[in-house]
Design a protein around this ligand. Structure first.
Ligand SMILES: Nc1ncnc2c1ncn2[C@@H]1O[C@H](COP(=O)(O)OP(=O)(O)OP(=O)(O)O)[C@@H](O)[C@H]1O
Length: 464
């Protein structure tokens, strides 16, 4: 049955936008992996503006509080069992909490003029027929029978093998190998369902798939592996010039996902492990296993299960399950801080980079942030632009974070926004907000509470 599902999924047919369809990006991995089927309902709510009553009655319950209140439940035990099997710090489906209901069409300010809003069938038929359907023998031959020596990555639900195709092309074969049969199928279809829409120099390039003897996604091999390998695992220092190039390229990739590709895609797991580097250090965003398609008409999704990576999670996602472009913008800010400081989002003593860097940025002591390995070998202006961008992206309130596009993040990063010669002072973002947004923000994004939550979140993740 799985195979027939897979075969039909890769055959050229209209892309389905139904929320219930396994090809759809709007479903969320359910909580069956925690052994709690009853928690699986209502995986997402589309963004609507809250009523006053809803706002006041539900705002006080956070994901973390609810998780803690259930800490003895089988749900929680399931989470920790799963945690041990997942890659470090990666949070898989977190239990649902009393997520609020929102009601609002997207405002004009938030719509994307760059994308056409067609609802015609053509809109759902965007796939690249150049994809190859690999046989298992081709993949085995390419990877030397998936030999351990060829394993170049081990993710939460897949192993990645280096391979050489018959005609010499180097590839990375992602073999979906963990989870139940349903989970593997779901993950495979979700990732493939996103990739079918994407074609950009800063997005990992899918060459084909293989559904014989397991589920496989075949990518162009990235010469330098992930940014994680290069920035944190290598003895060689990564030059500032390259870091800045990576920042710009990753920003372009995200801008494409959010505003320029066929669908509005939220990646949800932007981090150094998911930025691959080509031979000339061009960054490519990979791992679309958690990506969501967000319809243009809604402001955001509210997910009832929580997935992501500790250290990169935006406050509103952590506290209320709210997912939109700003979720990725926040994570991108953390990634920028990693590039500037050379520190991990969460270090070996479980200290958060955000907590360390934010006060330094607020004090405008930018030089104190710089990776000691760089010494004085960096471009001061580029550093200031990058620090300024990071500062804006990690704003607690999503309203205050810039968008990737509309000339926001990229322009700030390139120093094209504001007074480039007087950027010594990091300014608070200049986005004007409505009164209701101010109220909403003050009520809902209390930073003290967030810090409390994130600390408890950390305890759950690392101490149990
Ligand atoms: N095309 C590629 N070229 C080179 N290395 C790759 C490629 N794709 C993946 N990798 C390596 O494999 C690692 C894991 O890949 P990926 O993130 O796609 O797996 P995953 O199972 O989805 O991981 P996660 O636990 O983050 O979900 C990457 O961090 C990278 O080091």
């Amino acid at each position: 049955m799985v195979n027939s599902q897979l075969t039909s999924a890769i055959s050229p047919r209209p892309y389905c936008c139904d929320h219930e369809c396994p090809h759809s990006l709007v479903g969320s991995i359910d909580l069956r992996c925690f052994g709690s089927d009853k928690e699986t309902g209502g995986a997402l709510e589309e963004g609507r503006r809250p009523s006053d009553a809803e706002t006041s009655s539900k705002a006080s319950t956070s994901h973390v509080e609810t998780l803690l209140s259930r800490s003895n439940s089988s749900l929680c035990r399931g989470f920790f069992r799963l945690w041990k099997h997942k890659s470090l710090r990666r949070l898989s489906s977190f239990p649902p909490v009393g997520f609020r209901k929102w009601s609002k069409k997207r405002s004009n300010r938030e719509t994307h003029p760059s994308r056409t809003h067609s609802t015609s069938t053509d809109d759902f038929c965007f796939f690249r027929p150049t994809w190859k359907n690999f046989t298992i023998s081709e993949l085995e031959k390419a990877t030397d029978n998936f030999s351990p020596e060829n394993m170049i990555g081990k993710g939460g639900y897949a192993d990645i093998f280096r391979g050489r195709l018959e005609y010499g092309r180097l590839v990375a074969v992602k073999r979906i190998s963990r989870g139940s049969k349903d989970e593997r199928t779901h993950n495979f279809l979700c990732e493939m369902g996103v990739l079918v829409h994407l074609h950009h120099p800063n997005i990992a390039k899918l060459i084909g798939v293989g559904v014989e003897g397991g589920m496989h996604l075949v990518f162009e091999l990235s010469h330098h592996g992930s940014l994680e390998n290069l920035l944190h695992d290598s003895k060689d220092k990564l030059d500032w010039e390259v870091r800045y190039k990576i920042a710009i390229g990753a920003a372009k990739g995200l801008e494409y996902l959010h505003e320029r590709c066929q669908r509005r895609i939220i990646h949800r797991d932007i981090k150094v492990d998911n930025i691959l580097l080509t031979e000339d250090f061009e960054p490519q965003i990979c791992d679309f296993g958690l990506a969501k398609w967000l319809p243009d008409e809604v402001t955001h999704h509210t997910l009832s299960s929580f997935e992501g990576t500790f250290g990169y999670v935006a406050p509103e996602y952590c506290m209320h399950g709210v997912v939109d472009e700003k979720t990725d913008v926040f994570a991108f800010g953390i990634l920028l801080l990693e590039l500037i400081t050379g520190r991990r989002a969460v270090d070996s003593s479980q200290q958060s980079l955000l907590m360390w860097a934010k006060p330094v940025l607020e004090e405008n002591n930018i030089k104190d942030l710089v990776d000691p390995l760089l010494g004085d070998s960096y471009d001061c202006k580029q550093l200031l632009f990058a620090a300024r961008t990071a500062f804006m992206c990690i704003q607690h309130s999503s309203v205050l974070r810039p968008r990737m596009s509309q000339a926001c993040v990229l322009r700030i990063l390139r120093g094209e926004e504001g007074r480039s010669d007087t950027v010594h002072v990091l300014q608070k973002p200049f986005i004007r907000r409505t009164f209701s947004e101010e109220i909403l923000d003050a009520e809902e994004h209390n930073s003290t509470r967030y810090l409390k939550d994130i600390n408890r979140h950390k305890q759950i993740a690392f101490d149990c």
